[in-house]
Design a protein around this ligand. Structure first.
Ligand SMILES: [Fe+2]
Ligand SMILES: [Fe+2]
Length: 205
């Protein structure tokens, strides 16, 4: 049986999730600007890509709050405060916060929503938890590359790299210092398999 939404813990949890997603969106957007200043365009795009998804999650939770009576919702929660201009720290703290959302916060919210009879909220918390886990994995992947100094270096001389500005593809253990086609700096290159829509282009016609 569904309880009164205005009296429910789920309503508070939805507001907390909304606040958390808005903040995550802003943190990743700011991390994108930091990466941009450091001319790490691949990382900038990765942070923006993730920030946009957090914005969409915020919208999902906001819409679910429509069931309420429109009165303010008081929440009390801890939110991440690891402010940094260092890319490594930004990647590591982002990974940690995604892990917490995926492994503790949203599963708890999903369970409470199910107990209170809010099946749609329970399902959204569950599905968004899985997305946060994919964010965690992505931040972990780039965190590892940065830590190992392999963002622009591979042990494989057959590695393909793509310029995010013009699409030029380079094969080798490192991307060029400057794109030979459009002259942008090395920070525009990422491994080809990391780029959206590129794996389909490796299938020969
Ligand atoms: Fe999210
Ligand atoms: Fe996330």
């Amino acid at each position: 049986m569904q309880m009164d939404f205005n009296e429910s813990q789920t309503r508070k949890n939805l507001m907390r999730a909304f606040a958390g997603e808005c903040q995550a969106r802003q943190r990743y957007y700011q991390a994108a600007l930091t990466a941009q200043q450091k001319k790490l365009v691949g990382l900038e795009r990765m942070f923006r890509f993730t920030a946009e998804q957090e914005e969409r999650h915020a919208m999902v939770f906001w819409k679910l709050l429509k069931q309420g009576d429109g009165q303010d919702v008081d929440i009390s929660a801890g939110f991440p405060a690891a402010v940094s201009e260092e890319i490594q720290k930004l990647l590591d703290s982002s990974e940690a916060e995604e892990y917490k959302e995926f492994s503790v916060i949203y599963p708890d919210f999903a369970r409470i929503a199910a107990d209170e009879g809010f099946t749609e909220a329970a399902s959204e918390f569950g599905m968004i938890a899985e997305i946060e886990n994919s964010h965690r994995a992505r931040f972990a992947y780039y965190g590892k590359l940065c830590r190992e100094g392999t963002l622009f270096r591979s042990d494989d001389p057959g590695q393909y790299w793509i310029c995010l500005n013009c699409g030029h593809i380079h094969k080798g253990s490192e991307p060029p210092r400057e794109c030979p086609v459009c002259s942008v700096e090395q920070g525009y290159f990422i491994r080809r398999e990391e780029a959206a829509f590129t794996s389909c282009a490796t299938v020969s016609a």
